[in-house]
Write a protein that binds this ligand. Structure first.
Ligand code: ATP
Ligand code: MG
Length: 430
């Protein structure tokens, strides 16, 4: 089936031609939603329509392909689920939320029952890489995502394209390019077009979450899940690691598979160790992946995030701060620390709150805005500009500050922090 772009295709009407049988036809979306999508997605058409009406599900053209994006959880579909309506319907499910445990004992025993695999939780940003059928409708206009009108595109022949989606479900041009430079994906997707590679993009030179890892440096990718497209069913730990090895794709670190009875002690030991290396934490998974995973993070990671957020205190919700302090309280309880250890934990936490705030107040007093700069490596100025456009379209307040020798400095502006602190400095009341 080829969609006929010269006709009035919209949310209710699709005109298409079937090349092998030379038929031209037209479907109405009511019928389409009713039958096909309902069947594929396992979600009632009324629910889908309601979600579209409320603006929780967006219909747009991504790379020329009609696309549905679930911005909010809808039925069993996670937020960030994307449905490509090209020759075939392809569903890339959103990455599921991972629940957190505040205490290891007895949660791990109760939750996992027999054994648990302990993986490193890398601190970067969530990426889903998939191969999708785009019917090659690019060319005339830009290659950009969201909202592009179909008039900018022309149909070439059927083809598959590897794309990288960030958590919300948008194709990120920076990540799509880098993923293909960093990883050898072709062979994997040739053999497994129905699979999605889920992983973390990490390192200092990325525009979303910058953290230094000695083994990664500027930019790297670590795979933590391989999932089936429509069902979102993940492969077992063993299966995943074997496949990654076969295709030479880099997995996250596996610390071991433990019997639940010994797991809490082991996890406590590992978390202290990786915490002292300024690493983020752990994700505990049942080896079969039939139980959803749990996360647990280091004290150093809590402090680092609190410190970061108090640089821009009014741009983060209160829940952000509260939840990290709660994690510290429960960890201090479970680790049964000495008075000295407790004192050092409390001091670190206090400093992570007060010091960055003091800095930013002074900074704004001097007439400077609250900004955050990140460096990315790109091949051309146009690439940098395209990426900033992508961020604008997502509603992120950013600008391209500088481009020189393949390095682009992206500046993010934290408006709420700038405006509020300015107001208080001038005598505004809280
Ligand atoms: P949530 O999962 O609740 O949406 P969040 O978006 O705030 O939380 P995090 O607190 O960072 O994210 O924890 C979950 C994320 O951790 C995953 O979405 C994934 O991107 C990342 N992650 C890093 N390492 C792993 C791993 N080994 N297994 C699973 N996820 C991992
Ligand atoms: Mg994270």
């Amino acid at each position: 089936m080829n969609i006929d772009w010269r006709r009035n295709n919209n949310l209710t009407n699709f005109f298409y031609s079937c090349l092998p049988c030379e038929l031209e036809s037209h479907v109405e979306i009511e019928n389409f939603l009713e039958k096909k999508l309902q069947k594929v997605l396992g979600i009632k058409s009324e629910k889908l329509e309601e979600s579209i009406k409320k603006g929780n599900t967006k219909f747009y053209f991504s790379m020329g392909v009609p696309t549905l994006l679930f911005k909010k959880e809808t039925g069993k579909l996670e937020s960030g689920t994307v449905v490509y309506l090209s020759d075939e319907i392809e569903v890339i499910r959103g990455f599921p939320k991972i629940k957190r445990t505040l205490l290891l004992f007895p949660a791990i025993i109760n939750y996992f029952k027999d054994s648990v695999a302990v993986e490193e939780k890398m601190n970067g940003y969530n990426v889903r890489i998939a191969s999708i059928n785009t019917s090659e409708i690019f060319s005339k206009g830009s290659d950009a995502d969201y909202g592009s009108s179909h008039e900018n595109f022309e149909i070439k022949n059927n083809s598959r394209k590897i794309v990288a989606l960030t958590r919300g479900g948008y194709v990120c041009p920076f990540t799509t390019k880098k993923a293909q430079e960093l990883l050898n994906l072709d062979e994997f997707f040739l053999d497994h077009p129905d699979m999605v590679i889920c992983g973390e993009m990490v390192g200092t030179h990325n525009p979303y979450v910058s953290q230094y890892y000695p083994e990664i440096g500027k930019l790297g990718f670590r795979v933590f899940d391989i999932r089936h497209k429509i069902s979102n069913q993940p492969l077992s730990i063993e299966n995943k690691r074997n496949i990654l090895k076969k295709y030479n794709l880099p997995p996250v670190r596996l610390f071991g598979v433990f019997k639940v009875k010994e797991a809490a002690d082991q996890i406590m030991r590992i978390i202290k160790e990786i915490g002292s290396d300024e690493r983020e934490g752990l994700v505990m998974k049942h080896p079969s992946m039939t139980i959803s995973p749990l996360k647990y993070t280091s004290s150093q990671a809590h402090d680092r995030e609190i410190k970061y957020a108090f640089n821009f205190p009014f741009d983060f919700g209160r829940a952000f701060f509260f939840s990290r302090v709660i994690r510290e309280g429960f960890q201090a309880y479970e680790m049964d620390e000495s008075p000295e250890e407790l004192e050092s934990r409390s001091k670190r936490l206090g400093e992570s709150i007060i010091l960055p705030m003091l800095e930013i107040i002074k900074h704004i007093k001097e007439g400077e805005p609250a900004v955050e700069d990140s460096i990315i490596e790109v091949d051309t100025l146009e690439e940098a500009e395209e990426f900033v456009r992508h961020l604008h379209n997502l509603g992120v307040s950013t600008m391209l500050l500088k481009y020189e020798d393949g390095n682009a400095v992206i500046r993010r502006i934290h408006n709420a922090t700038t405006d509020k602190i300015n107001n208080y400095i001038k005598g505004g009341l809280y």
